[in-house]
Design a protein around this ligand. Structure first.
Ligand code: NAD
Length: 320
């Protein structure tokens, strides 16, 4: 339990961040959120969390951390689009590197106990020769997003060595689940689920043979909680180790939603890796963590969520 401790979740109005907030509140943490709502939604947020509508790249953010004095920081705010990062790498770096640096600097000043960072595994290793790729494999990002997430991780390590500001970096696979934005570019499961439920033809970029490591958001939250007490100074994959092709995902979702038609195909997008799955044995060893939710179970929960939000809005799908 929380023992009166305070947790800051940057990006707490987003997909993963809002689930983090829910779990921390359940564990009786005092929860503070910083989010600029560029992608997050206020309706994702439990009103028991204290919300600051602020950008992590702005100096005002440091004043908030100074006032709130959090014990723990779950750093999840980021520019999360690979496509956007190739179109505007400066904005990506500003949010993901400089924003993180500002969070680190402010955290160091108030004596934060630990920062738990949401990094990427999917965009960090490029197209590795063998999968599942271990977390000591060479870093070879093929997009500015992968580079900026990695650079932020390097700064975390620097602050740990220089100031003993504890951290764990969790390198996620493709996270999916309720509240993921079905209008984004990354959440292929959210996008397909909603399109199928609406009877619209989902679009697959490339031929659909590309493979991803899909991990439930609830397993990701468990890893974040396990990292509060363990894994200091370490970066580790948080994933299932199992590659699933986009075509296979399409079929599984067809089975759950009853959608009968074929997908549309569009050209493959720049900066995307072809085949990835992540070895999570370090997370098992260090955090005592393992993925618990099967792909089928996770997909069912996601489709149920989109069904529910469509029925509660009279057939108009709710986003985020
Ligand atoms: N979803 C995935 O598959 C995945 C995979 C690997 C890593 N991650 C990482 O997990 C974290 C959360 O991702 P998500 O999928 O929930 O995305 P998301 O876009 O739903 O959440 C990010 C949140 O950060 C906020 N934000 C963005 N820029 C900000 C800024 N400059 N200042 C303040 N707030 C800002 C957004 O409004 C949003 O609420 C990110 O750091 C992302 O890089 C996600």
């Amino acid at each position: 339990m929380a023992d009166g401790r305070k947790a800051l979740v940057t990006g707490g109005a987003g997909f993963i961040g809002s689930h983090m907030v829910d779990r921390l509140l359940k564990l009786e943490y005092d929860v503070v959120v910083i989010d600029n709502l560029s992608n997050g939604k206020i309706k994702n947020l439990d009103s028991a969390a204290v919300f600051h509508h602020t950008d992590i790249t702005q100096p005002a953010m440091a004043d908030i951390i100074q006032r709130e004095q959090p014990d723990l920081v779950f750093h999840m705010a980021a520019q999360t689009s690979v496509t956007q990062s190739t179109q505007d790498p400066i904005a990506d770096t500003n949010a993901n590197v400089l924003g993180t640096l500002r969070v680190l600097e402010a955290s160091r000043r108030v004596g934060v106990e630990k920062i738990i960072y949401s990094c990427t595994g999917g965009a960090l290793y490029g197209d590795p020769g063998t999968i599942p790729v271990t977390d000591d494999a060479p870093i070879a990002p093929v997009s500015p997003y992968g580079m900026s997430k990695w650079m932020a991780e390097e700064y975390l390590d620097f602050y740990y060595r220089q100031y003993r500001l504890r951290y764990t970096s969790l390198r996620y696979g493709n996270v999916f689940g309720p509240r993921q934005d079905p209008h984004g570019e990354a959440g292929v499961i959210a996008i397909f689920s909603q399109a199928m439920l609406e009877g619209k033809q989902p679009q697959i970029f490339g031929d659909g043979t590309q493979e991803r490591d899909f991990i439930s958001v609830f397993d990701v939250i468990d890893a974040n909680l396990a990292a509060i007490e363990r894994g200091d100074g370490k970066a580790m994959n948080v994933a299932t180790g199992v590659p699933t092709s986009v075509n296979r995902m399409f079929e599984l979702l067809q089975g759950i939603t009853g959608y009968k038609w074929d997908p549309l195909h569009a050209p493959q997008r720049a900066g995307e890796v072809y085949r990835i799955a992540l070895d999570w044995s370090q997370a098992a060893q260090v955090l005592g963590w393992s993925p618990k939710i099967s792909l089928e179970e996770g997909l069912q929960m996601t489709v149920d969520y989109f069904k529910e939000s469509m029925s509660s809005t009279g057939g108009v799908p709710q986003t985020g």
